[in-house]
Design a binder for this molecule. Sequence first.
Ligand SMILES: CC(C)(COP(=O)(O)OP(=O)(O)OC[C@H]1O[C@@H](n2cnc3c(N)ncnc32)[C@H](O)[C@@H]1OP(=O)(O)O)[C@@H](O)C(=O)NCCC(=O)NCCS
Length: 160
Amino acid sequence: MTPESFVAVAEWLSRLDTNTWLTSEWRGRIIDPAIVALAVRNKRNRLFLVKSDGKPCGVVALADIDLVDRVAMIWYFLGDTASGGRGVTSAAVKALVRLAFEELEIETLYAWIIDGNEPSRRVLEKNGFREVGRMRQAATRSGGRFDRVYFDLTRNNLTA
Ligand SMILES: CC(C)(COP(=O)(O)OP(=O)(O)OC[C@H]1O[C@@H](n2cnc3c(N)ncnc32)[C@H](O)[C@@H]1OP(=O)(O)O)[C@@H](O)C(=O)NCCC(=O)NCCS
């Protein structure tokens, strides 16, 4: 992701109906483009702009990249909600999974969703992630507490 997209990405991330499903560092707040720039500069992150028909529409990313254990967390969101349900994010996650395994030599990817985030669960399942467990009552959202549901995918399990 390059600096020209930081303003648009910050606007997308500031949408409460989007960030309500993300980790608490993004959740329920207005995001300044400088925060996006900081995230991009952090060596433990890799953020990628997703395009549909040549138009930027979302982000897929790795966080908590650990090159000793070769583990990273994958996360994503759609900024242009009109592009939803067309497989755009699933395809972008597929490409990022390949990049993580083949270029970054990650061995295990993981993700977590707030329980009830069915579109995100589908994105993970369509990419071969499997549910590995839940951390109970570990996320706050809309004034309630919810489980985090964890998923993983190992390089060996990657399907063709
Ligand atoms: C999750 C998100 C990125 C999905 O983006 P997308 O481009 O619409 O995803 P895709 O089209 O690739 O796949 C979505 C899948 O969820 C399904 N889906 C959508 N709403 C659903 C619902 N309420 N219940 C069950 N499945 C649902 C779609 O049908 C599709 O599955 P299919 O291909 O089997 O039909 C988008 O909804 C988003 O930005 N959500 C808010 C942020 C977020 O939750 N990020 C993930 C944090 S872990």
